[in-house]
Design a protein around this ligand. Sequence first.
Ligand code: PLP
Length: 427
Amino acid sequence: MSQPAPLTPQTAAASAAEAGPDWNALRADFPILHQQVHNRPLLYLDNAATTQKPRAVIQALQRYYERDNANVHRGIHELSNRATAAFESARARAARFLNARSPEEIVFTRGTTEGINLVAATWGAQNVKAGDIILLTEMEHHSNLVPWQLLAARTGARLRHLPVTGDAGLLDLSHLDEWLGSGVKLLALTHISNSLGTINPVAEICARARKAGVTTLVDAAQSAGHRPVDVQEIGCDFLALSGHKMCGPTGIGVLYGRQELLETLPPYQGGGEMILSVEYHTSTWKHAPHRFEAGTPDISGAVGLAAAMDYLDAIGRTHIARHDQELGAYAYARLAEFKEGIRLFGPRIGRAGLVSFLLRGVHAHDVVTVADQWGVALRGGHHCTQPLMRKLGVESTARASFYFYNTPAEIDRLVEVLREIQKFFGL
Ligand code: PLP
């Protein structure tokens, strides 16, 4: 009798695409998951901070450094040509991943934070003046608050924030059209809240902004690796993502910008790579996107990110989104069993795969510290959303955030560990 083919990372991902994903089998693709921490099996639930990397991504980085490494765009030798081809084909891959109209709409950045800063510095310098309003929301990550605060300080613009409806964590959109019509230049908001798990209706919001002539930026840090993200369907002008939150390496991200807009913007940073010609006193710039990529870029990062995009699409982002929401709903339901012993944040239904909570009588940091002793990696703190925490009347929360390699059985283990933590604190 013939033996079944051995499960390899490649066959696991390929079989997922054909027969619907076998989430347990996909865990074999992630070497880091199979280890003991404090003598217990690792349970990694800090995916909103960063995701783990499949072998396919690790191997793409290794292959690049072992075979192709050289600097891009400048050389005419074989390795430089290969590195340039790999870098530019990663740009084309990112364009397909986001359904951008062309690779020229893809700027490589260090991550979401740099993407937003780039827009604030370039588009902001050109379009924002004293008295203009930048519209944000109360649930934004610091990286979608502070760049606009810096811009407001430079220009005299004002900031407004769409309200969040308390612990239920939804955006209150009842005054959106009225606000959009009163001096708003740009609306920048997150697709998925990293603190609440809220999935915002970004396509509907961007359509309303477009109708009011307002430019839009979507922070896709928590969504791009968790669901299909299509910039044409969303209808945004800019969208920023981080590779490390979607199976890719740290230090690489993408800023999507509508081509007509990108072409009008001044450079972000000056240096090599972004110029057409340089005199001692003046210079001229390349077209977008190269105009925004001064200096040697993160070439291997782009190669790794393209491999991550291939990997996610081989599984299927629609499958990932469904699994993500199932894990989020299951975790919320299991944690709700603690009744008065827990405070849960964010929507009860339709949430992303993360849950923020407070065990009554235990500080979030203590929950995370003791959970670590059980091999469970959680996060405790303000999650870079200090103003939201203040609005909710808390300093911090504990957060369990999932990815497709997490399972309902792991959520059961989390619940057991939280029961142990209650016992430990005499509750
Ligand atoms: N926006 C959101 C919603 C996030 O969750 C994060 C990171 O946690 C960021 C932006 C910033 O991402 P990065 O640190 O990769 O730039």
